[in-house]
Design a protein around this ligand. Structure first.
Ligand code: DHB
Ligand code: FE
Length: 279
């Protein structure tokens, strides 16, 4: 059977992608950001996952504000990097796993979660920047990816509680897929940041570090935190953090923390990153 072996969380700042694509990753501003992923690059080369279930948010790229699904699963065979205004990032096409994605859709929907099935979708920095941070600049991404888009752009986003429970349903789905697959679940976005309004530029290091502790050690309790706490403490875009709870719900109650990284600033965002193994 397929099994979930590990979880990864990471922020997805678009300027990180631009720094890498334009050869600036060794510059003094960016070098400490990329250094935080050195362990992770080596770790993932050893882990050799077959499939990454990549929880991320679309930024009105694939889904305009005309139509915004709360949870959308990418069931296509491939997903092209989106043009976000400066042309598509020069990164490989993302190859999907239609059979596993369709199985997860069936299992999770029949487990009472409403997913939107997406058979054609471009993927923006929310998905490609985490891949770049973990894999660098390969000719082709070294594993298959199932994109899972969560609405954190148009109010109301799903609750942390629902995301955590969805992670548990995801685990049941993966573990009932009849193929020997090493599957990782990534929860991306966050940490504290606000891009607009009077509080633009907000960073809350105390909140972020507490969130890192709690998502590792007391996720059940953390899952009850209401939206308003995320927005007040971590800023309007800090609500992206609910996506990390899907990853955490898919892992064991107790996990092994293999790596933690926290860095401020990267563009307008605090960067947080965890590598968790399922013991
Ligand atoms: C920034 C962060 C984001 O999450 C995003 O989607 C766009 C920009 C930033 O920090 O600049
Ligand atoms: Fe974002």
């Amino acid at each position: 059977m397929a099994r979930i072996t590990a979880g990864v969380t990471t922020s997805h700042v678009p300027a990180i992608g631009a720094a890498l694509d334009n050869g600036k990753s060794a510059e003094p501003y960016w070098a400490p950001v990329f250094a935080g992923y050195n362990f992770s690059k080596q770790w993932i080369a050893e882990q050799q996952p077959d499939v990454i279930f990549l929880v991320y948010n679309d930024h009105a790229t694939a889904f305009s504000l005309d139509m915004v699904p709360t949870f959308a699963i990418g069931c296509a065979g491939e997903f092209a990097p989106a043009d976000e205004g400066w042309g598509p990032r020069p990164v490989p096409v993302v190859k999907g796993h239609p059979e596993l994605a369709s199985h997860i859709a069936q299992s999770v929907i029949q487990d009472d979660f409403d997913l939107t099935i997406v058979n054609k979708m471009d993927v923006d920095h929310g998905l490609t920047v985490p891949l770049s941070l973990m894999f660098g600049q390969p000719e082709a991404w070294p594993c298959l990816v199932i994109p899972f888009a969560v609405n954190v752009v148009l109010y109301p986003p799903p609750s942390g509680r629902r995301c955590y429970e969805l992670g548990k349903a995801l685990r049941r789905a993966v573990e009932s897929f009849d193929a020997d697959l090493n599957v990782q679940v990534w929860g991306t976005g966050g940490m504290s940041h606000q891009l607009q309004g009077p509080r633009a530029g907000l960073i809350n290091k105390a909140f972020d570090n507490d969130f890192l502790d709690r998502i590792v050690n007391s996720p059940e309790e953390l899952s009850h935190m209401p939206h308003i706490d995320y927005v007040r403490e971590a800023g309007s875009e800090g609500i992206e953090l609910v996506m990390w709870l899907i990853m955490r719900g898919a892992l064991n109650d107790r996990v092994i923390e293999r790596h933690r990284f926290y860095h401020v600033p990267a563009s307008n965002t605090a960067v947080g990153h965890l590598v968790l193994e399922n013991g």
